[in-house]
Design a protein around this ligand. Structure first.
Ligand code: PMP
Length: 370
């Protein structure tokens, strides 16, 4: 990599040390964009009309997205104050980390997991503590619990884990949460919750409701199952005072009226949403089974993506997909994540995956026993 040019003003050293943000490749021509875990479907019925109707572009939006909060509160049977809406769940992650953690504080999460976690901790001035996943790419919750110190302020649990795919079970989560000090925030990041079909999976709504854990905040988003990634809207459910603290760090008025309307309209389309989610989950299971049959050893896939453990060969593997018009997300030295996209992309993904696995060394970690 070439050295970036010097920054002309004084910037916090830990920020200057961060690599400049690079967005994933955009799809051109006939390429399938399978690199950002987006939803291949058009917006749900009624959504475009609702967005177009919210035309008061000269007016600021409702600062608290009050109607959407009320609707979500009804849906999850909680008080309005237990719901917080922001411009994407990543905004809420940032707010919670800023609200809880500063210099000297520690933010624990599994690794590899969502790329934003280490970066958000650094931006807050806190120390990211990465706890390696198990050999089958799951959270190692006992190791995460063992990493807690008196400097720990937040533990992020991502289920299903992006980018590897496995869930945390309810039993695993309960056993873990019992060992976490009650004044340490647990963020349960459930960005892909709607795609989960494993009945053993933890469910944030149960954690908050029946179990009543006051130190857990659940994050969900309209970006994935609801297909509204471009409008930026996500939400948190949790203790109102924790959400107040998050709100205090937030940039005001970030949720646009259009995003709020689109989310409200989407929530009216539960049946169609569930139908689409089933289509994607079935496509995912078919893709995962065929990858295994082709000789890949891949972890459990419970989001809208699959993970190929590419190891040292990851970048070459990504090039092979790229040349075939399939834009995937490589994580150098580790593996590549392929989103479950249009039906027509599935056969293409399988053809390339089946051909490249044969070229991997015999003892490669991505190769199954077949
Ligand atoms: N959490 C996880 C695990 C994610 O993968 C993503 C998106 N890639 C987000 C949060 C953020 O989603 P959004 O900001 O679009 O709601």
């Amino acid at each position: 990599m070439t050295d970036p040019s010097p920054i002309p003003v004084r910037v916090r050293p830990e920020i200057a040390a961060l690599p400049p943000y690079k967005q994933g490749k955009q799809a051109g021509g006939d390429a399938f964009k399978l690199s950002s875990n987006e939803n291949p479907f058009d917006p749900l019925p009624g959504v475009l009309e609702a967005v177009n109707a919210a035309t008061a572009l000269n007016r600021y939006p409702d600062a608290t997205a009050g109607r959407l909060r009320r609707r979500l509160a009804e849906r999850f049977a909680v008080d309005d104050d237990s719901v917080h809406v922001a411009a994407g769940s990543v905004s809420i992650l940032a707010q919670l980390v800023l609200a809880t953690s500063g210099p000297g504080d520690e933010v624990i999460f599994a690794w590899r997991s969502f790329e934003a976690y280490p970066w958000l901790a650094v931006v807050a001035g806190a120390t990211p503590i990465q706890v390696p996943l198990t050999a089958d790419a799951r959270h190692d919750l006992p190791a995460m619990a063992a990493a807690i110190t008196d400097r720990t302020r937040v533990i992020i649990v991502c289920t299903p884990n992006n980018p590897t795919g496995p869930i945390v079970t309810q039993a695993e989560f309960d056993a873990f949460a019992d060992t976490v000090p009650s004044d340490v925030l647990i963020i349960l990041d459930e960005a892909y919750a709607e795609f989960v079909t494993d009945r053993e999976s933890v469910d944030g709504v149960t954690v908050l409701g029946a179990e009543g854990r006051a130190n857990v905040v659940v994050l969900r988003t309209f970006s994935k199952a609801f297909g509204l990634a471009g409008l930026r809207v996500g939400y948190a459910i949790g203790h109102p005072r924790i959400l107040d603290a998050a709100r205090s760090t937030s940039i005001p008025l970030s949720v646009t009226a259009h995003a709020e309307e689109a989310a409200l309209a989407s929530l009216e389309q539960e049946d169609e949403l569930l139908r689409r989610v089933r289509v994607i989950a079935e496509r995912r299971d078919r893709l995962a089974a065929a990858l295994r049959a082709a000789g890949w050893r891949i972890p459990q896939a419970q989001g809208n993506f699959v993970w190929l453990p590419g190891g040292r060969e990851t970048l070459e593997l990504a090039d092979a997909f790229d040349e075939a018009g399939l834009i995937v997300r490589p994580f150098a030295g580790d593996g590549l994540r392929i989103s479950v996209g249009e039906e027509d992309s599935v056969e293409k993904v399988l053809a390339i995956a089946a051909s490249v696995v044969k070229d991997l060394p015999e003892d490669h970690s991505g190769r199954g026993l077949a």
